[in-house]
Design a protein around this ligand. Structure first.
Ligand code: ATP
Length: 352
């Protein structure tokens, strides 16, 4: 099978299980993010790919070749760490050429490659500058150029943008994504920032606090169809409502019946389930309206942040959050009676 394959990977450090039962297929040319909260095993998984750790169990294959025990320096992968690990006493050009020098590439080829790479990361003209004379974003680009110098088979990034301020970070995210698309290089980025993962990736691998992979899919698939309550809560925000299955496509919460998109396999009448509904899917009516998929309540708070409006409802003790654009803003104020409408197609049922 072409691409990177994890077969039943487990990594233990003494009694700590850093990654368990990881089975993944990452096709070539994709931008993949390993996403999850601190300690879920993202970095460990990346280090296993890089050859900086060996798994306690399982195999890693690249294009059918078993690389589980191939030493890191023989894998030909490019890596950028959070610390960047640039050589401060060397110039930009010398940093970028480092791995070429080790590989004893001739000087003329080195010069040409440095020029190409600096052009690629928009640092032409800074070849003789010292690392200490660069801005955070420029250092970032040097680290990227240095990792790409060897024309790696895989490009691995461990939270390289986390030290940058918010604006520069967003600029670098865009630059990195465009660079990856131009080169078509298979890239894995470790991040705990769900916005970063959602905006940059073709594929997101969501890992949970139990050090397992919970879901792999495109950002939209994961957002629209989270596999469980952890993913629904970790990716964006979600209204999670405890309810009971009452029919093939129906659940009940208190006296309210709700038609849902579909019922997960293995859930029968009477089974407790969790309903996940995104805030932007909930419509608020400025009056009481009875019927299916409707909750009556009172507006507890309105938060208007300019680009969006959030309405917090208290529906007889059930808190619901709705989000709308300024144009679609419901005509309600704090303390008003209101109805929350949850469209069936946006009601995702998860096993509890
Ligand atoms: P973060 O976002 O905080 O970097 P992470 O998801 O990348 O977290 P890992 O660094 O992969 O998580 O760590 C996973 C688990 O393995 C943690 O409990 C961590 O303490 C443990 N761990 C990682 N490396 C080692 C090690 N060398 N020795 C012992 N335990 C380790």
């Amino acid at each position: 099978m072409s691409g990177l394959l994890f077969q039943n990977i487990e990594k233990k450090f003494g009694s700590v299980v850093a990654a368990r039962e990881v089975n993944l297929h990452l096709p070539h040319g994709k931008f993949v993010c390993f996403l999850g909260p601190s300690g879920c095993g993202k970095t460990t998984l990346l280090r296993l790919v890089a050859g900086l750790e060996t798994p306690s169990q399982g195999r890693i294959l690249l294009d059918d070749e078993d690389i589980t025990r191939t030493p890191a320096h023989k894998r030909n992968f490019g890596m950028v760490f959070q610390s960047l690990a640039l050589f401060p006493h060397l110039s930009v050009g010398e940093n970028v050429a480092y791995s070429l020098r080790i590989r004893k590439i001739d000087k003329a080829t080195q010069r040409q490659r440095i020029a190409e790479l600096l052009d690629l990361v928009q640092l032409s003209g800074l070849v003789d500058r010292h690392i200490s004379q660069l801005s955070g974003g420029q250092r970032q680009r040097v680290a990227i150029a240095r990792a790409l110098a060897i024309e790696p088979r895989l490009f691995l990034l461990d939270e390289p943008l986390s030290a940058l301020d918010a604006k520069l970070r967003e600029e670098m995210q865009l630059e990195l994504r465009m660079l990856q698309q131009r080169l078509g290089i298979t890239t894995i980025l470790v991040t705990h920032d769900q916005r970063e993962a959602m905006t940059m990736s073709d594929l997101v691998v969501v890992m949970g606090p139990d050090n397992r992979v919970h879901q792999i899919g495109s950002p939209l698939e994961i957002y629209r169809n989270p596999s469980d309550t952890f993913v629904a809560d970790f990716i964006g925000t979600s209204n999670l409502i405890e309810c009971t299955c009452t029919g093939a496509k129906e659940v009940q919460v208190g006296d309210t019946l709700l038609e849902v998109a579909e019922m997960p396999a293995g859930v029968s009448r009477g089974t407790p389930v969790i309903l996940s509904v995104r805030p932007e899917s909930i419509h608020v009516l400025p009056f009481i309206e009875k019927g299916k998929n409707r909750f009556h309540g009172r507006v507890a708070f309105v938060r208007d942040v300019g680009s969006s409006v959030e309405i917090y409802l208290d529906c007889d003790g059930l808190p619901l959050t709705s989000q709308s654009t300024p144009k679609g803003r419901p005509d309600v104020a704090q303390g008003d009676d209101a109805t929350a409408v949850l469209p069936p197609e946006s009601c995702i049922v998860l096993k509890s």
